[in-house]
Structures are given as structure tokens and as C-alpha cells.
Design a protein around this ligand. Structure first.
Ligand SMILES: Cc1cc2nc3c(=O)[nH]c(=O)nc-3n(C[C@H](O)[C@H](O)[C@H](O)COP(=O)(O)OP(=O)(O)OC[C@H]3O[C@@H](n4cnc5c(N)ncnc54)[C@H](O)[C@@H]3O)c2cc1C
Length: 404
């Protein structure tokens, strides 16, 4: 108890690696840590090691733009992400750590009749599930976002929007740290700078996990490695229907309040929101070519700035402070893969593309349940590997490709 109260300590450091654990989680991002947390909290499974090749939160979890929302296109997607948002609502109290969640809403602009039709379809799916989501006309768009250029004098004039008041932004690092601290306090071991270099199999099991700090064994192995999942799965001979791309974002200097909602334009391939500190955080769609090269590019800044200034002329002189990028693992239907595999003790959570941060709480709960009870929660049943061979894709391209 005394140790737990040491000020400033998030989790124990310098722990030796044991020879065996009940569960080994590869990947110290938000999803791996959330799963570790709920394994301990909901199921009393604490003989768990989280292995992270770099620092905790060094992957997409520390690089995302922290938009959480549930206005997806399919009933499967929308109910899954809404269950995650419900958990986010109470997460500060749950973790005793302020995740700074603010429900500002998400406004997805429509620049064509076609986009309005898609927005209407999404709104009706959402409303059937009790998710607050509706199509609004140009007058309401103008009232909500006075800084937006709604004239005809732009490349693609705005015609209306899909409004999702339940969408929010939060402090992404706080979620990572909160889950890490919560898991550690329940006995889970967190091992940063411990790279998994190989997985040995025998029959239908993973028998050995080779790491940069020695070999270990585990009852169950979970890969929660997002953009690196293809490489990890290759170690056991499993090929995932997935490609890895790079996604970029930037942040400007702080300015006076300009935006309440996150504004998304699929047509212009951009989204932007304003942090509580006043900075504008903006991003685009993932780069169109698969790569593991995480460099920021001038082309990205040029194209996104051009359209941002067209939409918000008032920001033309605002300076960009930083840009960064991260890896995104994208499946053909833009939905995740959360499933057991032909190896009986190897589970995969992958295919998180540009939208996996918001899913972490519900992934944590349902994957922990899968590991502890061998039961698949109905919420994640549609996201199994089998859907790629049984023609049961959960197509979220229209609602996930751009808007995170
Ligand atoms: C610029 C950007 C903006 C985004 N915006 C949003 C957003 O607004 N909303 C949203 O919901 N999502 C967003 N995303 C997507 C989101 O960040 C990811 O889907 C999410 O963080 C995935 O979490 P994870 O824990 O599965 O993976 P990660 O956080 O990527 O963690 C995987 C970890 O595995 C580790 N690892 C890899 N290989 C090994 C190995 N061999 N051994 C040990 N460890 C290994 C990596 O170092 C990494 O830390 C964005 C992503 C980016 C890049």
C-alpha cells in the first residue's frame, strides 16, 4: 500500500520478466492496457504481462487526434462504438484519472446530394439504436459554426451536415496512463522496451514468446499491436486481410475560441477540432500507399492547409506548430478484427485503422471476457476473421475512412 501511494508513480518500473504468465499481451497501447485492466478488474486475472517494444503509448495511442464518436454506418459498428462511448462517460471516475472528456459534438459536412443521402442513411441507422445523430440544414450549420465559409465561393460549397452531439474529444495520453496505472495497481506487469522478436508454435498453440529480454511462455497470447499486427501474425504463419498505412496530423498555435464541434469534410479529406487550450488539431485521410515509413510530408500540410483556409478564412495567418504521423492498420471493410485464431491460445485485435482509440474501453471489456471465459460477446461477434470468407463484411468505409 505504501508503494502505491508514492507520488508521481504511474506503474512499477524495472520489473524482472518471469518465465511464464497466464496471459501475455503484445503491445502497450491503449487496447493492450485496457484489456489488461479489465482482465484484472472484471475477472481477477492478474498474472498478466504487457510487453511493449518502445515506451508505453508510443504507437497510435499516443499519436491520435482523440475524437470519440459512435455515428457509424452499420448497426454492428454503431452499437459497438456506442458501447465504448458509454464506458468513456464514466472512465475518469473508473480510473480515478481525469481523461478530460468534453462532449463538443461532431459535424460531418455534406457538399453534395450524394453526401446528404449517405448522412441521412447513417442518421436513421443511428437513431434506431438511440444514438443522437441527425442531418441539419445550412442555416443550422451557419448558426453552429459561424467561422465556416458557407458561401458558394469555395471548391465544394457546404449543403448541410450530419450532426452527432454525443461525439467528444479527450486527452488521449490520460486514457493510456489511466489504464496502465489501473492495471499495474491490480498486479499486472507492464514491461516497456521489451520487443517480441518471435513466436514459436507447436500443434495448435503458441509455445514460446521470444523477446529482446529472453524467452517466456503464456497460457494465452493477445496481439494488440495495431499497425504492426501483420508482422506479429506472420510469426505464427497467419496472414491478416489488412494493410498498414501512415496517417498524419498537425497542431496550430493557440487561438481564440473558433470551434465547438469537430468539423469533418470527407470531400476535402480533412477534419479539425479546437482543444481546450485553443490549438486547432487537424488531420486528413491515411496516405494512399501502404508503408511503415512514419515521416510527415509537405504535401500533406499543403493540401490540408489549402482546404482548411478555404473553409475557415479567418485562420489563414495561424502558424502550424507541429506535425506527426502514425501507423494505421486497415481492413477491406474498415472494421476491426477481434477474434481467436487457428492457434487455440492466440487472439488478435487489429484492423484499427484511423478509429481504434475510441474503441479501447469496449475492446478491453470484451477481449478480457473472451480470454477469461472463452465466450465471444455479441458486440464483437460481427468482427471475426470468418467474415472475409463468408461474405459478411461490415462496411464502414463511408463513415470511418475519413472521420476517425
Ligand atoms: C494521426 C492519427 C490520428 C488518429 N485519430 C484517431 C481519432 O481521432 N480517434 C480514434 O478513435 N482513433 C484515431 N486514430 C487511430 C488510433 O490511434 C489507433 O487505432 C489506436 O491507437 C490503436 O490502439 P492500439 O493500442 O491497438 O495500438 P497502438 O497504440 O499502435 O499500440 C500498439 C503497440 O504495439 C507495440 N508493438 C509493435 N510491435 C511490437 C513487438 N514486436 N513487440 C512489442 N511491442 C510491439 C508498438 O510499439 C505500439 O506501442 C488515429 C491514429 C493516428 C496515427
Amino acid at each position: 500500500m505504501k508503494d502505491l501511494l508514492r507520488p508521481g508513480r504511474m506503474w512499477r518500473t524495472g520489473l524482472p520478466l518471469k518465465k511464464r504468465y497466464d496471459v501475455v499481451i503484445i503491445g502497450g497501447g491503449v487496447q493492450g492496457l485496457a484489456t489488461a485492466y479489465y482482465l484484472a478488474k472484471n475477472h481477477g486475472i492478474t498474472d498478466v504481462a504487457v510487453l511493449e517494444k518502445s515506451y508505453i503509448g508510443s504507437g497510435g495511442s499516443g499519436r491520435n487526434t482523440a475524437i470519440v464518436r459512435s455515428n457509424y454506418r452499420t448497426p454492428e459498428g454503431a452499437s459497438f462504438y456506442q458501447a465504448s462511448l458509454d464506458l468513456y462517460d464514466d472512465l475518469s471516475a473508473e480510473l480515478d484519472f481525469n481523461i478530460m472528456l468534453t462532449k463538443r459534438g461532431v459535424l460531418s459536412l455534406a457538399h453534395s446530394e450524394r453526401a446528404l443521402a449517405t448522412a441521412t442513411e447513417r442518421a436513421s441507422v443511428n437513431q434506431k439504436l438511440g444514438i443522437d445523430s441527425r442531418v441539419i440544414g445550412l442555416d443550422e450549420v451557419r448558426r453552429r459554426v459561424p467561422a465556416l465559409n458557407t458561401s458558394d465561393d469555395v471548391t465544394w460549397p457546404v449543403m448541410g451536415a450530419l450532426l452527432h452531439p454525443g461525439g467528444a474529444i479527450l486527452r488521449h495520453d490520460a486514457v493510456v496512463w489511466g489504464y496502465g496505472r489501473g492495471a499495474d495497481r491490480r498486479g499486472v506487469e507492464i514491461h516497456p522496451f521489451t520487443e517480441v522478436t518471435g513466436l514459436d508454435t507447436s500443434g495448435d498453440r503458441v509455445t514460446k514468446i521470444r523477446t529482446s529480454r529472453g524467452d517466456i511462455e503464456a497460457g494465452t497470447v493477445l496481439s494488440a499491436t495495431a499497425g504492426w499486427s501483420s508482422g506479429i501474425c506472420k510469426m505464427v504463419g497467419l496472414r491478416l486481410p489488412m494493410k498498414t498505412y501512415v496517417l498524419q496530423a498537425f497542431v496550430t498555435e493557440p487561438i481564440r475560441p473558433l470551434l465547438v464541434e469537430t468539423v469533418v469534410s470527407t470531400q476535402m479529406r480533412l477534419y479539425v477540432h479546437q482543444t481546450t487550450r485553443g490549438e486547432l488539431v487537424a488531420g486528413a485521410e491515411a496516405e494512399p500507399y501502404p508503408t511503415y515509413q512514419g515521416r510527415s510530408t509537405l504535401t500533406f500540410i499543403e493540401s490540408i492547409s489549402r482546404y482548411l483556409v478555404e473553409l475557415f478564412p479567418a485562420i489563414r495567418d495561424v502558424g502550424i506548430l507541429r506535425t506527426w504521423s502514425g501507423l494505421c492498420d486497415v481492413t477491406p471493410d474498415y472494421s476491426p478484427i477481434i477474434d481467436r485464431t487457428p492457434l487455440s491460445n492466440f487472439i488478435v485485435s487489429a484492423g484499427w485503422g484511423t478509429y481504434g482509440f475510441k474503441a479501447a474501453p469496449i475492446v478491453g471489456v470484451t477481449v478480457a471476457k473472451m480470454i477469461a471465459t472463452d465466450r465471444v460477446d455479441p458486440l464483437i461477434e460481427p468482427f471475426g476473421l470468418q467474415r472475409f470468407t463468408t461474405d459478411r463484411l461490415v462496411s464502414e468505409a463511408a463513415s470511418a475512412a475519413m472521420s476517425h
